[in-house]
Design a protein around this ligand. Structure first.
Ligand code: ADP
Ligand code: MN
Ligand code: MN
Ligand code: MN
Ligand code: MN
Length: 382
């Protein structure tokens, strides 16, 4: 089939689960009695700081808050997070979600990672020390300091679906290209809305889990999608975002499709993937001074542009070229309703004299703990 036509699916590689999921469905639907016990899937971020890991344990009762859950540990030498001779990494439960895969009272638990607890000379337990890949601890400190400002975030997560075998975008002609961008964004129809099953199942499961997902849309590159999480206050932005990614990995596993959070999965005249971060504080949300506060924030963000850019995602220089609805990586700019700027302020903000704004610089592979920490540091703590 000719490259350049739409509606082309690569059919010669197997797409779909390697196992017969009707068997799984049969047992998970018909064998449900857990005799009052529940399962907790402890989820954490692995050594690449993009990979997500998890393991399960059975609990005798249903916890109502993270503090009810036991701390746990894992072999950090198997995740690139500890040397083999001293491999224990500790997990501290932070946020509980429902487990939409197992259903019932079963839960998913977002955790972060610490060195094994140490005992002080006086016999008391020392404060746990975050391991180097733990970006949540510093974020939690900053959010605690800025609590009075009530920082809210909404992150737009763009991603691209790849054939797990060829690593080429789902539905693209083998080794070739589909018709140019135009018909795919917010599309409906075979050959244009490619991989909707993944986006739909992920949406429902996030809602069921209690992830604060706020919407989904097909994106500009064929097989690229977006979902938004937020508004979330403070540290919960990172917890909800990371759990939404975990759910995405699990959904893609079932379809045997690969999700790519790479900021520019296909070089050339194809859109990259961003992780726009929408942001407001109590002051920006309050008229009539909110609009003035937003302008002050923009000046502060401009002064720290280089620090932010350096932490906004690996490979972001391949995406922030000034083309494809991006700003150049080297310049800071802000504007009302301008999608070619680093910061876009909503059209109604100067009218309403308050509201939120959008930092368009973060890449799709952003670490939300790092990005939200920096934004709050720069705009309200410095
Ligand atoms: P875009 O027009 O850039 O595509 P989206 O509709 O995809 O924007 O995403 C907007 C995001 O902004 C959503 O995640 C939403 O929850 C978030 N948001 C809405 N209001 C606020 C606010 N006051 N503060 C922070 N984030 C907000
Ligand atoms: Mn073991
Ligand atoms: Mn969007
Ligand atoms: Mn988008
Ligand atoms: Mn956006």
């Amino acid at each position: 089939m000719a490259a350049g036509s739409i509606g082309v699916f690569a059919t010669d590689e197997k797409i779909g689960s390697l196992l017969d999921q009707s068997i799984t469905r049969h047992f998970l639907t018909n064998v449900t009695d857990q005799h009052g016990k529940i399962t907790a899937e402890y989820v954490w971020i692995g050594g690449s700081m993009h990979d997500m890991r998890s393991k399960s344990r059975t609990l005798a009762s249903v916890p109502t808050k993270p503090e009810d859950l036991p701390h746990w540990n894992y072999d950090g030498s198997s995740t690139g997070q500890a040397p083999g001779h001293d491999s224990e990494v500790y997990l501290i439960p932070r946020t509980i979600f429902k487990d939409p895969f197992r259903g019932g009272d079963n839960i998913l638990v977002m955790c972060d990672c610490y060195e094994p607890p140490k005992v002080n000379p006086d016999g008391t337990l020392a404060a746990p020390k975050p391991i180097p890949t733990n970006t949540r601890a510093a974020c939690a400190d900053v959010m605690e300091k800025a609590k009075k400002e009530e920082p809210w975030f909404g992150i737009e997560q763009e991603y691209t679906l790849l054939n797990a075998i060829t690593k080429w975008p789902l539905g693209w002609p083998k080794g070739g290209y589909p018709a140019p961008q135009g018909p795919y964004y917010c599309s409906a129809g075979a050959g244009v809305a490619i991989g909707r099953d993944v986006a739909e199942v992920h949406y429902r499961l996030c809602l069921n889990a209690g992830v604060n997902i706020s919407g989904v849309n097909a994106e500009v590159l064929p097989s690229q999608w977006e979902y938004q999480v937020g508004p979330c206050e403070g540290i919960s932005m990172g917890d909800h975002m990371w759990m939404s990614r975990y759910i995405m990995y699990r959904v893609c596993e079932m379809f045997n499709v690969e999700v790519s959070f790479d900021p520019k999965p296909i070089p050339g005249d194809w859109n990259g993937s961003g992780g726009h971060c929408n942001y407001s504080t109590k002051a920006t949300r309050t008229a009539p001074d909110g609009w003035k506060v937003i302008q002050e924030h923009c000046a502060k963000l401009e002064a720290r542009h280089a620090v932010h850019i350096a932490a906004y995602g690996e490979g972001n220089e391949r995406r922030l070229t000034g083309k494809h609805e991006t700003s150049s990586m080297n310049d800071f700019s802000w504007g009302v309703a301008n999608r070619g700027c680093s910061i876009r302020v909503g059209r109604m903000v100067p009218v309403d004299k308050c509201g939120y704004y959008e930092d368009r610089r973060p890449a799709s592979n952003l670490d939300p703990y790092v990005v939200t920490r920096l934004i709050v540091e720069t705009t309200v703590l410095l």
